[in-house]
Design a protein around this ligand. Sequence first.
Ligand code: PEP
Ligand code: MG
Length: 889
Amino acid sequence: MTDSNHKWVYLFTEGSGEMRDLLGGKGAGAAEMTRAGMPVPPGFTITTEACRAYYSGERGFPDGMWEQALEALKWVEERAGKKLGGRENPLLVSVRSGAKFSMPGMMDTVLNLGLNPDTLEGLKARTGDERFSLDAYRRFIQMFGRIVRGIDGDLFEEALSEAKREAGVKTDPELSPDHLRRLVTTYQEIYRQHTGEQFPEDPVEQMRQAIQAVFESWNTPRAITYRKQEKIPDDLGTAVNVQTMVFGNMGDSSGTGVAFTRNPINGVKELYGDYLANAQGEDVVAGIRETEPVSALKGHMPEVYQQFVDYAGQLERHYRDVQDLEFTIERGRLYMLQTRNAKRTGEAAVNIAVDMVGEDLITQPEAVARVEPRQIEQLLHPRVDDAHAKEPPIGKGVPASPGAAVGQAVFDADTAEEWGQQGRDVILVRVETNPNDVHGMVAARGILTSTGGTASHAALVARGMGRPCVVGASAIEVNVKEGWFRANGTRVEQGQEITVDGTSGNVFLGRVPTIAPEPSAKLLTLLGWADGIRRLEVWANADYPRDAIKARENGAQGIGLCRTEHMFMEEERLPIVQAMIMADTTEEREQHLSRLLPIQRSDFDGILEAMQGLPVVIRLIDPPLHEFLPNYEDLLVRITELKIKSPDDPELPQLEHVRSRVEQLREANPMLGLRGCRLSILFPEITRMQVRAIMEAACDLKQRGVDARPEIMIPLVGTLAELDAVKAELVPVARQVQEERGIEVDYKFGTMIEVPRAALTAGEIARSAEFFSFGTNDLTQTTFGYSRDDAEGKFIVRYLERKILPVNPFESIDRGGVGRLMELAVREGRAARPGLEVGICGEHGGDPDSIRLCHELGLDYVSCSPFRVPVARLAAAQAVVAEAGAGTK
Ligand code: PEP
Ligand code: MG
């Protein structure tokens, strides 16, 4: 885009809250507050579009952008009555990133921009505070050096510590102007050494470089990691806000804070946040200094507090959502710096949504749309069972993100990531976290820090990710370098197991038992609203009665997949299953099968009874038979050993026999081999036994007055002839059992749609299938030609990184390929058999985006794991709300 007339820059007075796409959250918020007449320091926003244009070309500002920024700067100067670079009354600005979706602390900010030796004099004269002015200058050099030129921040921190040591003082404010002046010189020297250039003195040049640095910060590894985690698209770009600085560090009548209009942890309606007197904003967010609760302001400056309370209420009513506010008080004058929709825990999200309906602020469908389905999962997280902890906690901190997490302590983000990738559960333990730790936080089960409050980086990010988190556990002494922490006399080494309880703030040594929480009344209310809105039914995948009971408690309306092979794998059954597979003749196989029959019958009896009155889809045996036998290589090793050590061992011939059978059954691509309905065709006696067990259980239950509704599902069908061949074996068994018992049961025979050919010929297959269930695990595998057991560990991660795949198709249905096959199968299946029942039982059944697709395709139900049922209920309702919203636009 090179049209220099294009509008790249908006003054705060020109924008509005609706312009988040273009102005980012921060810019739109500042504009909205300005429009509402609140005291917002004047400024302007460079659009996200400019950032996109920056990346689309050779990383240069698009034509006209810089000129517009300079124009806007003039306006700001007039409005503020100050001048950038002016000696008399210098204007200082902040240059901040601000994307459409908030990414706390992920991108860059430069404060106090505009200082140089000249303006420093002006600032001193205006404020009459030399110490303050010099401190602002050294902070600016430090931030600019670190952010714009990538100088290691520790170099500045070390110089600061050294200065304090020399001065014999402990805290920054104790440094005298002389010390600070020397520190400024040292900082300039660090800058020169690392860049080979003098620190830029021209404030306009400073601004140009800072704007470019903010654009660049959109694509730092930490920002990319965060976006991946939060599913924020990479191509949105960030806006840049240039705003007049106000100072919270001009003495005790100044200060800065962050506040939420409701408690973001539990949703209680109260002003909640942190305040730091005589400080700059960065100090609060970084969690370096001890803060006071924002309510303390009431005591210090009651009028300012009241004014802030009024603005907070006004903003919440305007946005009809909880706001996360940043403010600064400069010498008794309040300035509003930022308002955005607050990040919140699952518990808070539910409570706030339900409360706001009660307050007539939002409608029920809006409440349903407000809570992220993933957050519901967080709510159902286990919590620490304090009553059963063997030892008391070794420490306690601020509960910042709820849930219990158990894992091995690690002290740096890289190790957390590395161990996490090895499949180990880790807890990341730090003094504080900063944006460079995000990759470790993603990999960790939980997070523990010894400093920081509820608005610290660790707390904010952990809440957003749904990781249990405890911050500010001040009794804990962390030694990152040596890899240990000490808490109340107990030393914990890297790799030792600990439990953190983000609900209570407790930290325990070792693994503490956890309990599943009861859903709260408000959650039940919200889910009730969702049930009233959704069209899709929600069923569950469950193999055992206990899972079925759990599913039903969570609101499941049926079982969409009961995988029978898990029952074969159980310890006491496996030998019978193996003997059955080893059998040389059909008769011999049938003998073993007859021993399995009563066992299977009792399995089905349990699950059908647990789900009485509701459908239970039972899938006949699916995996290749060799999965039930010993591993071929292991067998060879054992046989070879025995041959050498004791060639006369009577076990040898038996082992040889097993080996030869395993060899017969071995396949190069077992997932594409003798499995699914192909087994039923080659060994019909196995599935005849299964159908007999299902029907006997159903008849017995019916006789006892229990309404059993089995739906028998045949896997991996690719042609109508296959399905018909299997049915020809099985339907007579079902009939026969009913005749034998003299009872009629409500049952169906249906098929999975999990290979592309089944989807493509769904019209034919529906002639014989009474229901369809999409097995999207296999359908994804066979549509892409990706081995699902290998792809995720091997190349999918790289594909995602390089954006060859937009999302992992095993997590979220690939709309363009798999989704189209599904659409065709639903359409042609229902054309052949009106009212055909169609569901999904692949892992995607619990994924909100896939649920939306299933809704759009007109499926009857989604089936997912029992604990995700509430998530799916909410997501199914959101699909309806989204559709309605899209229709009215
Ligand atoms: C599927 O393929 O989606 C499915 C549910 O079956 P399985 O994962 O057992 O192959
Ligand atoms: Mg399958």
